[in-house]
Design a protein around this ligand. Sequence first.
Ligand code: AMP
Ligand code: ZN
Length: 111
Amino acid sequence: MSDCIFCKIANHEIPSTVVYEDELVIAFDDLNPQAPVHTLVVPKQHFENIVDGVPGAVLEAMTHAIAEVARIKGLDEGFRVIANTGAAAGQTVMHLHMHVLGGKDLGEGLV
Ligand code: AMP
Ligand code: ZN
């Protein structure tokens, strides 16, 4: 997807603060953090959202990347993973991504 911002970040065509990267996934800090730690885990291949026929290997790589982000960022006390899916859920970038939020007590609001 030539006009997709997360495809461009995955290709290093536009800069980001990379936290973790492997063959299938890149994780970088959100530009507009909603918690002390707010990192996005993004597959390098373009999928619109989590129900867009994502192969198991990609989901497994994303899970691995989440664990790496939690380790690197020291989220020992816990963290929240969110995948907004569709406009009504607040998805603004239509390239699958998982928000990893932590670094403070997130409380029990919104699940
Ligand atoms: P969502 O609303 O779930 O689609 O989340 C999109 C997220 O991408 C938002 O939290 C934005 O702050 C973040 N974002 C948009 N552009 C960039 C960028 N160039 N680098 C880092 N994060 C970004
Ligand atoms: Zn994309």
